[in-house]
Design a protein. Structure first.
Length: 317
């Protein structure tokens, strides 16, 4: 059963989400000429408007993965004039793309209540996903002379609640083309953040979206009892090293984890002996949340959400 987002991430607080959306009947509708090029461009147009950051992505033939960080704290820092301008840009959608901030005015005056509501909407990925997916469906039906659904459902979201969940999911998403046997080296992937972890490949068709990837990611660290104990920042270069090492451990089975990762993953609640198997199989980073046992046990609700990935166990200590 799906848990309300408010139970998985406190309202008004930044959150990190793994979002998956599949084509209807899992048909490979995204493989058509120019389809993924159009989609990454449309997604990139929203990054300058919303208080939403992209931390990873993979656009496959029949589904898309996005790792998004919602930033209501950033939206709260915007002045009323900035909120009005962004509200107008988000409402001025053309072919799935948000209008550029330099191309719109500040819009009409808003009451204090309307400013609060606009900040909430601008820090949620829903408007972007709806606009992009609906526009893609219209384009595809027009090109093919058909009608009907293109997407299987709205989208599925998984809350990534701690550093272990975020790191594991970033590697998992970056390995998508590798798991599909499209590449031997994740850094050679197309329409995937793995290609741009060390530096943005400006010649790639997804460069506009890749330019929004943060170079470093800070995340709170928890001790073995789930208590805050500082923060940890990992760079895209470290993430690239871990992704490549994981790929080599999966196939042909000759790699090993970087020393820093082998030391850190147990501290994040990850069962290191399960890492290779979990990263090598698709469909595991699902469920309501992805996080260490101690993080999941602290969530409100009658039942603790299960670990669908099988990557996180009970850490004693």
């Amino acid at each position: 059963m799906r848990r309300p987002r408010s139970e998985r991430n406190p309202e008004g607080q930044p959150g990190i989400w793994h979002i998956v959306s599949r084509c209807v009947r899992r048909e490979r509708l995204l493989e058509g000429p120019g389809h993924r090029e159009w989609m990454v461009g449309a997604l990139a147009s929203w990054m300058d408007v919303l208080a939403v950051e992209v931390l990873g992505y993979a656009l496959m033939g029949n589904h898309i993965h996005l790792i998004l960080r919602t930033r209501p704290d950033l939206a709260a820092s915007w002045l009323p004039g900035q909120v009005r301008r962004r509200k107008v840009a988000a409402a001025t959608v053309a072919d799935g793309r948000a209008c550029g901030l330099d191309d719109v005015g500040t819009g009409p005056a808003l009451t204090a209540e309307e400013i609060v509501a606009a900040r909430q909407k601008l820090s949620h990925p829903g408007p972007m996903l709806r606009a992009v997916k609906e526009a893609f469906a219209r384009r595809l039906n027009l090109q093919q002379g058909t009608s009907g659904h293109v997407w299987e459902s709205r989208y599925h979201d998984v809350a990534l609640l701690d550093a272990g969940g975020v790191l594991a999911c970033q590697v998992y998403v970056d390995l998508n083309p590798f798991r599909a046997n499209l590449v031997e080296d994740p850094a050679l992937s197309s329409f995937c953040s793995a290609r741009h972890r060390r530096a943005v490949d400006v010649s790639a068709p997804d460069a506009a979206l890749a330019a929004h990837l943060p170079r470093n990611l800070d995340h709170p660290l928890l001790d073995r009892r789930g208590r805050p104990c500082g923060t940890w920042s990992w760079s895209n270069a470290q993430l690239a090293d871990l992704t490549l090492a994981t790929a080599q451990m999966i196939r042909p089975g000759i790699g090993r984890l970087p020393t820093w990762a082998a030391d850190l993953l147990p501290r994040l609640g990850v069962q290191v002996d399960r890492w290779t198997d979990c990263q090598g199989r698709g469909g595991l980073m699902s469920g309501n949340v992805l996080a260490a046992h101690s993080t999941r046990s602290a969530l409100p609700g009658v039942r603790m959400p299960s670990d669908k990935s099988g990557l996180f166990g009970v850490v004693k200590g």
